[in-house]
Design a protein around this ligand. Structure first.
Ligand SMILES: Nc1ncnc2c1ncn2[C@@H]1O[C@H](COP(=O)(O)OP(=O)(O)O)[C@@H](O)[C@H]1O
Ligand SMILES: [Mg+2]
Length: 287
């Protein structure tokens, strides 16, 4: 069997449990801290394989760090989960929404704009309250509820002053009329291995576990399964966290997480997740 590495920039619960469960399975996963890397772009495929093995589980928290390491590895013939194309799409909400729309996956109405004037035009179309999100980001950070013109003015002024090109691309979405929860599913290959509700904490409208959201395991309905598998396929598949909301018109997928966190899902009872992930990558290196 081929050899497996795990590339990380912070050892979270997820990375620790993957290594531990791997050990229990007799699998030795080489742990590589991306912060210590100095990669020679001219190195041979052989040299890259000596360090990284045959397959890398990419677990960097930093989107840009992970993306560039994955690009290096793939160009040297090392398989990466998830592949570069998948990581690129999932890490960027504009690219994700475009992929979902193209594949016919139900998703909230979303507009993009490139100036405050463009944002006001978008809000005229979808009306208040609307949601403004950074195109690259996670844990609900900077995901803002635009309730009225005053809040919008304040947020846009700050965004413009930040002078960060990423923050000057405005992703404006309808506020979905959902219960105070959303659905997190975890997909490994072509199977949904966990589905949970994430309930928003008392003092926040966002449901992210990182913001205090509480998780409860739920049965996987056929409707959810079909939609999240279609969503996963739309971005290229792999090991993914597909997030969806229950709108009055049915399930809407709003995000696909490429380096999925599953501590909350495990706490809700989905203890099979690390095993499923490991079995999947073992199967891949065996091929
Ligand atoms: N359009 C929306 N309508 C209602 N709630 C939303 C909407 N978009 C996001 N949320 C809430 O905000 C949270 C964070 O948004 P999300 O798009 O998942 O960004 P992040 O990548 O930061 O997690 C979601 O989990 C959900 O609870
Ligand atoms: Mg999210």
């Amino acid at each position: 069997m081929g050899s497996i590495s795990l590339v990380f920039d912070r050892m979270r619960f997820e990375e620790k449990v993957l290594v531990e469960k791997g050990r229990e399975k007799g699998l030795s996963i080489k742990l590589l801290d991306a912060k210590n890397f100095c990669l020679n772009l001219k190195s041979s495929n052989e040299e890259a394989r000596t360090i990284f093995g045959d397959l890398v589980l990419q677990r960097c928290i930093s989107y840009f760090r992970g993306l560039h390491i994955t690009a290096f590895l793939e160009s040297k013939g090392v398989d990466v989960i998830n592949p570069l194309k998948v990581a690129q799409i999932c890490g960027n909400k504009v690219l994700t929404t475009l992929a979902l729309v193209k594949a016919g996956v139900p998703t909230p109405d979303t507009l993009i704009a490139f100036s405050p004037e463009g944002v006001y035009e978008a809000i005229e179309k979808i009306s208040y309250p609307a949601v403004l999100k950074p195109i690259i980001g996670s844990w609900g950070r900077l995901v803002a509820l635009l309730k009225d013109k005053d809040t919008t003015d304040a947020i846009l002024e700050t965004r413009e002053l930040l002078n960060n090109p990423i923050h000057k691309i405005y992703y404006i979405q309808e506020l979905v009329n959902r219960p105070p929860r959303d659905i997190r599913t975890i997909i490994v290959g072509d199977r949904v291995i966990a589905s949970i509700y994430r309930y928003a904490p008392e003092k926040d409208w966002r449901t992210n576990v990182a913001r205090g959201g509480k998780t409860v395991s739920i049965p996987l309905t056929k409707e959810i399964e079909d939609i999240v598998l279609k969503a996963s396929k739309a971005v290229g598949g792999g090991i993914l966290g597909v997030d969806a909301m229950e709108s009055p018109d049915g399930i809407l997928v709003h995000e696909i997480n490429n380096t999925v966190e599953f501590k909350g899902a495990m706490a809700a009872g989905a203890t099979c997740i690390p095993d499923e992930i490991l079995n999947y990558i073992i199967e891949l290196v065996r091929r």
